[in-house]
Design a binder for this molecule. Structure first.
Ligand code: NAD
Length: 479
């Protein structure tokens, strides 16, 4: 039985790329599956002058791939209205309030409102401030704000941004999106760890040697050169996605599956990270590919030709608490790498007495593009003697299953409607993560840490391999 949810969505940045590619298709799938009843409405707002009819056509275009029928799509799109204006303009919010109140009674929405800030973070404070001042926050229903990344560019700016938003909304009304937290396999980390005694008992310093997290992209910066050149991989990927994944992998067991328990345990482990040292972090940037088919980062559109921005980061993050006793988590993420993949490799220790001279076994959590688990163990080689051979127990989801499972934005928007904040980034996690990232950034700046260049379409600079080799280890995945 699906539970229908009624609400008015007000999307700021309704003409943008994210709204078109992710939000409209996600809302449509919720409608198709019955999670959104006929009692919902959307107000799209942005600078461009669009009519309602034009906006509804844009929505139809965005859902083209998944639409059941023209008629069904039209019936969905008829819930959308458009209002053009500049978000800095007070008048905008007065008109917006009138439209919101009208739609509220037209669709019988009980005052439930979701404000989706799909715009540059520099506008977040201005928008939330106006929403409060111009009384767009309803008195009767729920009022929830969805915030896109990036949440600040360092600890100071994220704190200022947070303080600004908290003038108008409470923390429990804020849903900071980290779409990795909506991914099936990232959510599966908790069930794997805490619904299987086998892993529960061996998820600690006694059994695990180290972990590896890889988030590799094959694409370059595309049209986002201007934004990316000011950000880089450390801020764009490590601060949010990598740190979230790391905290789910290494947090202590929550007493129960509740938002606060999970969040508190994640914050605890982020607080237990050892102060980073500069030699443990590689700052890479792609140069031209070896076959000359892919250009260097510095020659990309809207990128400074002398840029020192990191398009790749590899690092060793050490967890310094009783559970882990300085266990390293090696991370790497970058653009223009050999293949696109998100995967986690958990490398176990050799068996205690090591009577067969075993190769350390490992568990791979495939997040994207494959989804599933593979556990590589030592088996006995068939024949005389007691030699070993690797054996893999695997459970990879079929393409059809992946195709039919809900996409991250769809699940996260449904969570917002249901008031479930578990899969969103809490201020505690965001702030601890920024503090850690700021230290790395400062080390790089203070020591003039050199850029390690890597050819586009490779797995990163040689320094990323040496990082593990000096500890007597190697990357499990080497395409
Ligand atoms: P975009 O540049 O395509 O769209 C920005 C939107 O903001 C447009 O609708 C534009 O009209 C509107 N806008 C800008 N200034 C305005 C003003 N003064 N008044 C009213 N409207 C104004 O951006 P996007 O790619 O859709 O991204 C939106 C947000 O989502 C950003 O914070 C971005 O970092 C984040 N994000 C985007 C993606 C993505 O895949 N596009 C992924 C993750 C996060």
């Amino acid at each position: 039985m699906t539970q229908e949810n009624k609400a008015l969505f007000i999307i700021f940045g309704a003409t943008g790329d994210l709204a078109h590619r992710k939000l409209y298709p996600a809302l449509y799938r919720l409608y198709k599956k019955g999670f959104l009843s006929e009692q919902f409405a959307v107000i799209g707002t942005a600078r461009r002058e669009w009519s309602d009819d034009y906006y509804q056509d844009v929505v139809m275009d965005a859902i083209e791939d998944s639409v059941e029928s023209e008629e069904h799509g039209r019936s969905f799109a008829s819930h959308f209205r458009y209002q053009s204006h500049n978000v800095k303009d007070t008048e905008h919010y007065v008109t917006l309030k009138k439209l919101a109140d009208t739609l509220d009674s037209e669709y019988d929405l009980d005052g439930n409102r979701v404000f989706y800030l799909s715009m540059s973070p520099s506008f977040f404070g201005t928008i939330t401030d106006h929403l409060k001042q111009e009384k767009l926050i309803s008195d009767n229903g729920f009022n929830r704000v969805i915030i896109e990344k990036p949440f600040g560019s360092d600890y100071e700016s994220s704190k200022a941004l947070n303080d600004d938003i908290l003038e108008s909304f409470d923390e429990n009304q804020l849903y900071r999106i980290d779409h990795y937290l909506g991914k099936e396999m990232i959510q599966s980390i908790l069930t794997l760890r805490f619904a299987n005694r086998l892993f529960e008992n061996s998820w600690n310093k006694d059994a695990i040697d180290h972990m590896q997290i890889t988030l590799s992209e094959q694409l370059g910066v595309e049209e986002r050169g201007e934004y990316y050149d000011k950000s880089g991989a450390l801020k764009d990927m490590v601060q949010n996605h990598v740190m979230q994944v790391l905290s789910l992998l290494t947090m202590d067991a929550p007493k129960s599956y509740t938002t606060n328990e999970v969040r508190n345990k994640k914050v605890d482990v982020l607080k237990a990270l050892k102060t980073p040292v500069v030699t443990d972090f590689v700052r890479g940037q792609y140069s031209e590919s070896e076959d000359g088919s892919v250009t260097a980062y510095r020659l990309e559109d809207k990128v400074n030709p002398h840029s020192t921005t990191d398009t790749f980061v590899a690092g060793k993050i050490v967890i310094d608490n009783d559970t882990w006793d300085k266990m390293p988590v090696y991370i790497r993420t970058g653009k223009r790498m050999t293949k696109k993949s998100t995967r986690i490799d958990i490398v176990f220790k050799q068996s205690e007495n090591n009577i067969f001279n075993d190769t350390p076994t490992h568990l791979t959590i495939h997040v994207d593009p494959f989804e599933g688990f593979e556990l590589t163990l030592n088996d006995k080689k068939i024949g005389p003697g007691m030699d070993l051979t690797p054996m893999t127990l695997g459970s990879l989801r079929s393409e059809e299953t992946i195709e039919n499972s809900p996409e991250a934005y769809e699940k996260l928007i449904l969570d917002v409607l249901r008031g479930d904040e578990t899969h969103f980034a809490h201020w505690g996690e965001v702030s601890e993560s920024w503090k850690f990232i700021d230290q790395i950034k400062r080390l790089w700046e203070d020591t003039n840490h050199p850029i390690a260049f890597y050819p586009a379409l490779s797995m990163g600079p040689k320094e990323a391999f040496e990082l593990l080799e000096k500890d007597g280890r190697q990357w499990v995945w080497n395409p």
